[in-house]
Design a protein around this ligand. Sequence first.
Ligand code: PLP
Ligand code: COI
Length: 365
Amino acid sequence: MADAPIIDIARLPHPAPVPGATRQQAIADPGFGKVFTDHMLTIEWSEDRGWHDAQLGPRQPIPLDPAASVLHYAQEIFEGLKAYRLADGSMALFRPDRNARRFNESARRLAMPELPEAAFVEACRALALADRDWFPPVDGGSLYLRPFMFATEAFLGVRPAKQYKFVVIASPAGNYFKSGAPAVSIWVAADHTRAAPGGTGAAKCGGNYAASLVPQADAIARGHDQVVFLDAAERRWIEELGGMNLFFVFADGTLITPPLTGTILPGITRDSLLLLAREEGLTIREERYAIDQWRDDAESGRLVETFACGTAAVVTPVGRVAGEDGAFTIGSGGPGQTTQRLRERLVAIQRGAAPDPHGWVMRLD
Ligand code: PLP
Ligand code: COI
């Protein structure tokens, strides 16, 4: 007997997919997050029925009651993962089981229902395959998948909603950073924090990103690419960027990255790089690192590189750091050797150009 499907996905015909020539034009230089594919996948949840009604159909606006509790109390979580094109032309996801697991950790923190991990992965797989023609033909291109869930119940009382919608959309992606510079410049947020102990910093919920917008805009206005957040209690310990984790590389071959104490996102790229760096024999320390120390170490040459990492940004060198009390340059201000080597190793595994000893790559076809 054949295995029962993980989720029963109803496939709705698309009455008017984007014509091929228009699609080719749209994906020729997609940037990040601006171009969207033909389809979306949705699954409904209600207290009495649980998960039901999975559909893969045309991408379209979602009707929502004006009292839907997501619009009032922000019960919303999301994930971000990429479908890659492997060297042999097939498509693959990178560690989608980890995104599924983190999605459920976020769901628990936001008092939302958990989606079985296999259903999350199957939903991503089904959409990536349906929209495979949208894969961008650009260097480093990918199909970025954005699974998310929000509360749809029309109710204004403050309690967990009793109805939710899970959705996956897809967006052809090139480089995350517009500047194309070899290293990014970051601004230290002095007046704003992103997450406090006991808060939602470790969850991937929309509210965390809403809180990051003012300091991020401040960074851009001052001519930087990204903002770096310090801890909320002492305003001293480096946490992460608005959408990336940080690593510090020292002249003696040691790597430091802030520990997962509940106020930063447990990045899947972070986790993968920790393992690759350990395999290279680098000494890894997951420990707090202070902003003043960062400047002192960069100036003395003890610190030679800093890089940011995440699904969207991959591995991106940080060249310059600026704050209210001045700026400093890291190493030569450009990409360092360890950053480049780790990036190349990760990308080679993701794209099927190197062996995958940890089983991180899930082939889709
Ligand atoms: N930190 C934040 C706040 C993020 O939004 C992201 C991106 O998802 C990351 C870190 C990196 O996580 P990952 O490597 O799983 O993409
Ligand atoms: C990602 O890297 O997938 C992110 O979600 C970061 C950002 C685009 C929010």
